[in-house]
Design a protein around this ligand. Sequence first.
Ligand SMILES: [Zn+2]
Length: 142
Amino acid sequence: MSPGYISAKLRARVRAQAQHRCGYCLTPEVLVGMEMEIDHIIPLSLGGSDEESNLWLACPQCNRHKGDQVSVVDPVTLELVHIFNPREQKWDEHFTWSLSGEYILGLTPVGRATVSALQLNRAILVEARRFWAQVGRHPATF
Ligand SMILES: [Zn+2]
């Protein structure tokens, strides 16, 4: 198989494992009306594989902001840390929702660095979360 080829069967399995939502901002496919992208946790350009263990779901915006990065700087400690790994790490150990549910707050260096690098509180996304909360579909639960 050529790099970047992921079978429909594997895509479906990863989608189900990710509960059909972005592994970073947790935006559910059903609320945006489109499928999330398959994210290579370690990018192919950095030697990552197409194996299931390296795949998760990401929304197009998180995927673009992530790009080929694997390590980013925590804005508080200025420490270089790995971007959150949605397959191996638990979201709620590194992030939490603000009281209003509109913002994702980083709880750890990994969480803060990922919020910053992937811009998890993009203005349009914060606005969308406001609407989702009004209809009882946000914040996401685990
Ligand atoms: Zn996202």
